[in-house]
Write a protein that binds this ligand. Structure first.
Ligand code: 13P
Length: 249
């Protein structure tokens, strides 16, 4: 029922020429993929060029962050409508690197998520525990707080459209993927929690992506899990071959 989504988060990689070389390769390789939603999230500077290069394809373009206000004296920030203007359909919200290095809280995540919807963007809200929390047996408690506070206050329609990404922080960029069972446990808990917040229809519709060292050799086992609906990929999304393999898992 849920269309799997493979999303590439390019983080702070790729100049405009590098970004264009990557999308030219992806266009060739994944243009015909059926029953998959493919999203790339370049750095801000490359968004408009990537959108132009992908015109007429089914590959969607998202941003990695945005400000929660519509406009104003916020030097260095980008508004939701600027992302729409540049051709974005999606935006990552509350990535663990934003939380860790830029002080983003669940309250700010909630504000940004609502601002994204108000502008017509689909937010991809990221949650995940750090290693110490997992080792202390607090994973589900941490995720519950992030979801309850970060993802509250949606309309019924928004609750179905939202995309959630579970990214255990200890698995990001470390080569240590969560096992399919570890990921599935959290994904199933998120869906159950979401059912309590927004009802069963929304919980069945919402897509929950897994992120954290997703690679061509582990994607198939992750995607076999009933509650894993796709991947949010960093490192392996930066190369034509590996991202092509992920999309075609
Ligand atoms: P890696 O795939 O490089 O571990 O990064 C995951 C991530 O943070 C995607 O948002």
């Amino acid at each position: 029922m849920r269309t799997p989504m493979m999303a590439g988060n390019w983080k702070m990689y790729k100049t405009i020429p590098e970004a264009l070389a990557l999308v030219e390769g992806l266009k060739k390789n994944v243009a015909d993929v059926k029953n998959r939603e493919v999203l790339v999230c370049p750095p801000f500077c490359a968004i408009a060029s990537v959108v132009a290069a992908l015109k007429g394809t089914a590959i969607k373009v998202g941003a990695q962050n945005m400000h929660a206000e519509t406009k104003g004296a916020f030097t260095g920030e980008i508004s939701p409508s600027m992302l729409v203007d540049a051709g974005c359909s999606h935006v990552l919200i509350g990535h663990s690197e934003r939380r860790q290095y830029f002080g983003e809280t669940d309250e700010l995540v909630n504000k940004k998520m609502k601002a994204a919807f108000a502008a017509g963007l689909v937010p991809v809200v990221c949650v995940g525990e750090i290693l110490a929390e997992r080792e202390a047996g607090k994973t589900l408690a941490v995720i519950t707080v992030q979801i309850k506070n970060g993802i509250s206050g949606l309309t019924a329609e928004q609750a179905k459209t939202l995309v959630i990404a579970y990214e255990p922080v200890w698995a990001i960029g470390t080569g240590k993927t969560a096992t399919p069972a570890q990921a599935e446990e959290v994904h199933a808990s998120i869906r159950a929690l979401y059912a309590g917040m927004y009802g069963n229809d929304a919980a069945q519709a919402v897509r929950i992506l897994y992120g954290g060292s997703v690679k061509p050799d582990n994607v198939a086992d992750l995607m076999k899990q009933p509650n894993i609906d796709g991947g949010l990929v960093g490192g392996a999304s930066l190369e034509i071959d590996s991202f092509t393999k992920l999309v075609a898992y």
